[in-house]
Design a protein around this ligand. Structure first.
Ligand SMILES: NC(=O)c1ccc[n+]([C@@H]2O[C@H](COP(=O)([O-])OP(=O)(O)OC[C@H]3O[C@@H](n4cnc5c(N)ncnc54)[C@H](O)[C@@H]3O)[C@@H](O)[C@H]2O)c1
Length: 316
């Protein structure tokens, strides 16, 4: 694979990425899709732009790796999936959690069966949604599709549903807007998965202590996983470390994600299917609905809904 071209509205941003590789620089992504001789694109832009950019990539016959969250509505996710299927191009979503070394160590422990069934999950991640802490578009409901839950909560949902082992059945949630910004800065989500596993997720802005931990309670012990403390397994009163954090862990995660994309371009299957990425968007939006109404929201069978949605679009 060769980095052939980079596009950004800010020429200096594109130049910074392109120059070490001798790649061309564009300010108009349609011109790049048309003229740069590409096979595939990585789309790394504000959330609401993912739709038009993925549709255009499909239209130009380009395989796509698009950042999370896949889109800001479930209908947009479906349009992206449909367009890529029809164009015969691959669509992969950058669900980075599935490639981070400490999460891979946790995946191995859970798959080995030594802790038995997963029974309950607690996920807590801090962030910062104070004005000025990130580009302005993150504070726009229209462009970001939401606030801390859409952006950071999506990571917690991603790993919780993955480790929990089943899609979400019902969601209740509450959201908080602080610092005078128009999107939620903090939120809590409680999920029941279809296999009965209970998940509680909290995302907190500007917390006293930075934390990013998923704690998995299993029949025969617990597992705790965070980029700061690595992956620890506790069983029968004894703790053992199965992953020590390394300075290059995040870099390694992105490397493995790109390697997965290369596998897909070579005809393999992605580690994370689009259905999972679509389900995360669906659950975030259900959590907004639950927070707004104060009632739990039940989710339909996501896979059936997806094929029904696509079939309906086919007919239309
Ligand atoms: N996986 C992760 O851990 C992770 C981390 C950070 C961001 N993200 C995701 O990556 C995406 C981008 O986030 P970010 O933090 O890099 O945002 P950012 O604002 O820093 O970067 C987005 C870039 O897109 C450019 N852009 C906007 N509109 C454009 C257009 N029409 N044509 C060309 N370029 C355009 C902007 O100029 C900007 O340079 C989001 O989906 C975000 O959620 C994922």
């Amino acid at each position: 694979m060769e980095l052939a071209a980079v596009c950004d509205l800010r020429p200096e941003a594109a130049e910074r990425v392109a120059s070490p590789w001798g790649a061309s620089v564009y300010g108009d992504y349609l011109a790049m899709f048309r003229d740069a001789g590409l096979n595939a694109v990585i789309i790394n832009t504000p959330h609401a732009l993912h739709l038009e950019m993925v549709l255009a990539a499909a239209d130009h016959g380009l395989h796509v790796l698009v950042e999370k969250p896949m889109a800001t509505t479930v209908a947009d996710c479906d349009r992206m999936i449909q367009a890529c299927r029809e164009a015969g191009v691959s669509l992969v979503i950058g669900q980075i959690q599935h490639f981070l070394p400490e999460k891979l160590a946790a995946e191995d422990v859970l798959a080995s069966g030594e802790l038995g069934r997963v029974l309950m999950i607690r996920d807590y991640r801090t962030t910062d949604y104070r004005p000025g802490t990130r580009p302005d578009w993150f504070f726009s409901e229209t462009m970001a599709g939401g606030g801390a839950l859409m952006n950071i909560g999506g990571h917690c949902l991603d790993r919780s549903i993955w480790f929990g082992g089943a899609p979400v059945e019902s969601v209740s949630a509450s959201t908080i807007k602080r610092f005078g910004v128009p999107v939620e800065t903090d939120g809590a989500i409680a999920l029941t998965l279809k296999n009965g596993v209970h998940v509680s997720i909290s995302v907190v802005s500007d917390a006293a202590q930075r934390l990013d931990e998923i704690l998995v309670v299993c029949e025969s012990g617990t597992l705790s996983c965070s980029p700061h403390h690595g992956t620890l397994v506790r069983s029968d009163g004894v703790t053992r470390t199965v992953w020590e954090p390394q300075p290059e862990d995040i870099q390694e995660g992105f490397f493995l994600q790109l390697q997965d994309f290369v596998t897909v371009l070579d005809g393999g299957a992605p580690k994370v299917g689009v259905e999972h990425a679509r389900h995360i968007v669906e659950v975030v939006l259900a959590s907004y609905e639950a927070a707004g109404s104060g009632h739990a929201v039940a989710l339909l069978d996501s896979a059936k809904q997806l094929s029904a949605g696509l079939a309906l679009t086919d007919v239309g």
